[in-house]
Design a protein around this ligand. Sequence first.
Ligand code: AMP
Ligand code: ZN
Length: 119
Amino acid sequence: MADQLDPDCVFCKIVTGAIPATVVRETPATLAFRDINPQAPTHVLVIPKTHYPNAATLAAAEPELAAGLLTEAAAVAADEKIADHGYRMIFNTGAGAGQTVFHAHVHVLGGGDFHEGLV
Ligand code: AMP
Ligand code: ZN
C-alpha cells in the first residue's frame, strides 16, 4: 500500500482540492481532469487518488487500481467522443521519458490526427 498522499505532490493536492482542476470523471479510487497544458484537443489525465510515483509501482502494488486507470481512460475517451476516431493513452515513466509529475497518471490524448509511427 502506498502512502495515501505526498504533501509535496501537485496531483495529491488536486485530489485534496488544495489545487483546482477541471475534473471530468471521478470514482472512489480515481480522478480524471484536464491537462493544464493540453497537447491535443482532448488531453485528460487519469490518476489514482493514492500516491504512487509511476504506473509501474502502482501496477506492482495494486494491479486492480492500475487496471482501473485504463477503464477510466476508456470512459474519458467515450465521454469526449474521441473513441471512434482513435486516441492515445500514454504513461511516461521516469524523467528520461519526460515524466515531470511523479504521481502515476495516464494521458488520454485525442481529437486530432497523430503522425504515424511510435510517437
Ligand atoms: P508527465 O510529463 O507525463 O509527468 O505529465 C505531467 C502532466 O501534468 C503535464 O502534461 C502537465 O501539463 C500536467 N500538469 C502539471 N500540473 C498540472 C495541474 N496543476 N493541472 C493539470 N495538469 C497539470
Ligand atoms: Zn501524489
